[in-house]
Design a protein around this ligand. Sequence first.
Ligand code: AOF
Ligand code: ZN
Length: 374
Amino acid sequence: MASSSAFEQDRIDRRYIAAALRLSRKHLGLTSTNPAVGTLIVRDDGNGPVIIGRGVTAIGGRPHAEAEALAEAGELARGATAYVTLEPCAHHGRTPPCANALVTAGIVRVVGAAADPDPRVSGKGYAILRSAGIEVKEGVLAREAADQLAGYMNRSMRKRPEVILKLALSADGMIGRRGEGQIGITGEIARRQVHVMRAECDAILIGIGTAISDDPELTVRLPGMRSRSPARIVLDRLARLPATSKLARSASDVPVLVAACSESPAANKAELERAGVKLLATETYGGRVALPELLEDLGNQGMSRIIVEGGADTARAFLDEGMVDRIALFYGPEAIGSDGIAAPIGRDHIPAGFELVREARYGEDSFAEWIREI
Ligand code: AOF
Ligand code: ZN
């Protein structure tokens, strides 16, 4: 029956787009300024679909995913279907257009997830395919693709990186205990998950208060992923970050950027620069680093995804400015009580416009994530 086979085809299409999204995730955080795209070339010779080519946008952004997948498929691509998580490009950039490569390779059907907002590509990639007689189905798992490509979408449409606010909360919604530095709220499995999240970002950002009180390293310390530590950014209007801090001392291994204003003491700045810290000259208002301007600057530097890891004042500043695009909350099992520092946000008061996209458990801890529609 036509309708049941159309239903079956939809199911297969969603399955392969989901697989292409999972595949592309392995390069999330490694392809800026390009998005991490996934492509699968799938062929069905009557015995069911078989994957004959896989591609992910290469580290650094090129070659594009389609080129890699077509190279693996070779001549078998003739007559096959391509599953792409983003509309194939239509422009002659540093690589030839992927839409043309799909046509030349003899692909007969393309299933796409997200549309590309890049004006050089938007609508044009799909149009090239259609005018060559290729059957095109757009928008399969579009929401899942928009979630994963949110960094790229933010840079394209808001001209700044996606800001991910991550907090670890106690069962009663506290993020620490007054007068104490870093305290254990979540367990080891959740902490490892945070390291995966860091690896998928271009930078980790904290406020100077947290930098001084916790002296964190902010690196990815998972086996096999140590080389994936992103840049570390400190909001530090007066350039107070000690040159003896773990951050400053490791600046030659993993970049450290300090957002300081022009009035900050020259001696502090000089000392940080000697340690290899990069200073970002930032505007301030109301005694705070101007976040929209800073984010625009970071976007111009090619950053697509930034994870904000504390403390409470920094989190509140991003929330107050409407500069948070994703909220990721880890909840530990224990309460802290009356000497706790209340989190600026909690699962029961997520701002309007955010949608729950993920819930999970990591050992004894629970996790939930919300994103804001672009
Ligand atoms: C694709 N497949 O894997 C990716 C695409 O600077 P260029 O020439 O590499 O082009 C960058 C643009 O290519 C980028 O803005 C986005 O539109 C697209 N990214 N396209 O067909 C891919 N990463
Ligand atoms: Zn391309």
